[in-house]
Design a protein around this ligand. Structure first.
Ligand SMILES: C[S@@+](CC[C@H](N)C(=O)[O-])C[C@H]1O[C@@H](n2cnc3c(N)ncnc32)[C@H](O)[C@@H]1O
Length: 295
């Protein structure tokens, strides 16, 4: 009888030791998961930015983007460009700054301009060459255009400034565009309006209802899913005020701003596009007097 009681006591002790061990292991596992999660949340911004850069400039995204034509909401950003060129551009020698997979370069070529596309991404330049074998495309390093001052009658840049993450990059891009534009030459910039990434807007081609798009400040990272090509891009929500400041600081004069809106019978069932423009187009001039400083 005594033996049985002793055995029972022993097994109870064993059991409680086992339980203690299990509890200890579980605690360690839970704590490490929690700490790991906290670490990710703590470093969320840097992880997101690094991941975003890799995703946006990956060969996969470049390929998806190369299948993206001038269509849907994006078509609106190009619709009025020929009219603006007719009105403000004199001469055909053109640079497409940030040509991507060549969509904008081919557009400019098709309307009769003599155009060279330039980009900082090898993956995008590869796609441009693949689609347009006879086209002229240059890869540039550090946003430095390997071309001498005052070369182009017309510098065009579409959907590029909204990809620039800080004011230094904005200034670098604009100063290079200014430098290579001829005296009295024209520059047209097509970029996102302050509403393009707004959480509440409903565009034909874009999905924007992501948490990072709720009330962003100027320069904040925002997210865009392009339904037409299935690619996600992480852009920056610059205000007109910041764009205008950077444009003027780098020597350009703003001739006009244009906000294209969707109209009836354009072949698209426009949603927000009917009342809000997702884009802002800047027509810029390089004034003659600024040239004295450059020459
Ligand atoms: C969304 S794509 C637009 C391409 C083309 N312009 C179009 O409308 O289809 C943006 C392009 O800007 C390029 N880009 C980003 N930062 C740049 C920079 N600092 N200088 C020049 N190009 C840049 C990217 O590599 C990418 O190819």
């Amino acid at each position: 009888m005594e033996k049985i009681v002793h055995k029972k006591k022993q097994s109870k002790r064993k059991l409680s030791k086992k339980n203690l061990l299990t509890i200890l292991i579980l605690t360690i596992v839970v704590c490490s998961v929690f700490l790991h999660k906290t670490d990710i949340v703590f470093n969320k911004k840097s992880i997101t930015m690094k991941g975003a850069f890799q995703e946006d400039y990956s060969s996969n995204n470049a390929f998806k983007y190369s299948n993206f034509d001038i269509q849907g909401t994006s078509w609106l950003s190009f619709r009025d460009v020929p009219k603006l060129i007719n009105k403000y551009v004199h001469g055909k020698k053109t640079l497409d700054f940030g040509c991507g997979a060549g969509r904008s370069t081919r557009f400019l070529k098709n309307i009769g301009l003599n155009v060279v596309g330039i980009d900082i991404s090898n993956e995008f330049i590869k796609q441009a060459h693949r689609i347009d074998k006879s086209g002229k495309y240059i890869l540039m390093k550090n946003t430095t255009v390997p071309i001498k001052n005052n070369t182009y009658d017309f510098v065009f840049s579409s959907h590029v400034l909204l990809m620039l993450p800080n004011k230094e990059e904005l200034n670098k891009a604009l100063s290079e565009m200014f430098r290579v534009t001829k005296k009295d030459g024209t520059c047209i910039i097509v970029t996102g309006s302050e509403k393009m990434h707004a959480f509440d807007e409903k565009w034909v081609s874009y999905k924007t209802n992501f948490p990072e798009n709720i009330n962003p400040k100027s320069g904040d990272m925002v997210k865009l899913f392009i339904k037409d090509c299935g690619a996600v891009f992480h852009d920056y929500n610059w205000t007109d005020e910041d764009y205008s400041k950077a444009i003027k600081q780098n020597g350009f004069e703003i001739v006009t701003r244009h906000y294209p809106l969707g109209k009836e019978n354009e072949g698209y069932a426009w949603i927000s596009e009917k009342r809000t423009s997702p884009y802002i187009l800047y027509v810029l001039k390089k004034p003659e007097e600024k040239l004295a400083a450059l020459n």
